[in-house]
Design a binder for this molecule. Structure first.
Ligand code: ZN
Ligand code: ZN
Length: 305
């Protein structure tokens, strides 16, 4: 007599090695984000702010839909990056995408009217600076510093860079990209994640993906594992008292950091960027509990003169 082991669909895929390790950004990534932000803004204490970012995300989608120039690295460079498990679209190794200054000014024009008077004037002034100034500001964002970053323009400059890097990532094929050594960095562009998302539907169903802050790509990292230090012991989850648990903070006692997990099985519209912005109270609590945030959200970056 033989025993037969019944495999669940997920296991069959795992056995066949067909789990998508990398999800390159979908065509409507910014539109989905905008819709979720509009939904979250209803009755939210930070509703005006969420609606402002929703407007910015809609403007980003319009820019992404326009025919942008896309200059990928040469096939030789792509092959080399793959061989050495280097992110092919790392900003340090790439020329600034053609047309990104115009994208930044377009976005500013579209969102300006939804800002308070002082914010409008500050944004107007910032975007009148020469292209070289925008390039310099972009460099500071890439370096992760907030010193000498223009507070009014930073979210718009970050949003413009996201549009171009998302567009570039969409030109790639997942087979051109190698898995990086460090699970905390995007395999496509080497940036940090915003948060992570447990997806539903298709072969990704039930899998957790980290969402890139710059190029909107997502890479698979098993659940209950600290993406910052690889630890799997005593990972704990925190959420706000009495909420729907769509967003939880996955915390690591080893490196004392946390990354949010957004559960689409609890709300199919949940979005790794929008839901992160709508749960800043959770960040405050995690900070009080002594955990540092390992995710970066470019909409939130505040510049300092
Ligand atoms: Zn990326
Ligand atoms: Zn850790």
């Amino acid at each position: 007599m033989t025993t037969t082991t019944l495999l669940q669909p997920g296991q069959i895929e795992a056995a066949a090695g067909s789990i998508p390790e990398l999800r390159l950004p979908p065509a409507d990534v910014f539109l989905a984000r905008a819709r979720r932000l509009e939904q979250l803004a209803e009755g939210h204490a930070m509703g005006d702010y969420l609606r402002f970012v929703a407007r910015l995300a809609r403007a980003q989608q319009e820019s992404l839909d326009a025919s942008l120039a896309a200059q990928l690295p040469t096939p030789e460079t792509l092959a080399q990056c793959r061989e050495y498990a280097m992110p092919p679209l790392a900003p340090a190794g790439l020329a600034r995408p053609e047309g990104w200054h115009k994208t930044a000014r377009d976005l500013a024009r579209k969102v300006r009217s939804s800002l308070p008077q002082a914010g409008q004037a500050a944004l107007q002034l910032a975007l009148e600076n020469p292209d070289a100034w925008l390039d310099e500001q972009a460099g500071r964002l890439f370096e992760g510093g907030t010193q000498h970053l223009d507070a009014a323009a930073a979210p718009v400059i970050g949003a413009a860079l996201q549009v171009h890097w998302t567009h570039l990532a969409r030109q790639l094929d997942p087979t051109q990209v190698a898995r990086p050594e460090h699970p905390n960095l995007c395999p496509v562009c080497g940036s940090h994640p915003v948060s992570s998302v447990v997806r539903i539907g298709g072969p990704e169903s039930g899998l957790r993906y980290l969402h890139c802050a710059l190029c909107s790509s997502e890479w698979h990292v098993v659940r209950a594992k600290c993406s910052n230090c690889d630890n799997t012991r005593d990972i704990a989850y925190y959420h706000l008292e009495g909420d729907d648990k769509v967003v939880q903070a996955e915390s690591c006692p080893e490196c004392k950091t946390y990354l949010k997990v957004v559960y689409q099985d609890r709300n199919p519209m949940a979005d790794p960027v929008a839901d992160d912005l709508a749960t800043l109270t959770l960040d405050l609590l995690m900070d009080e509990a002594g955990y540092a945030r390992s995710g970066i959200n470019w909409y939130l970056i505040q510049g300092h003169p």
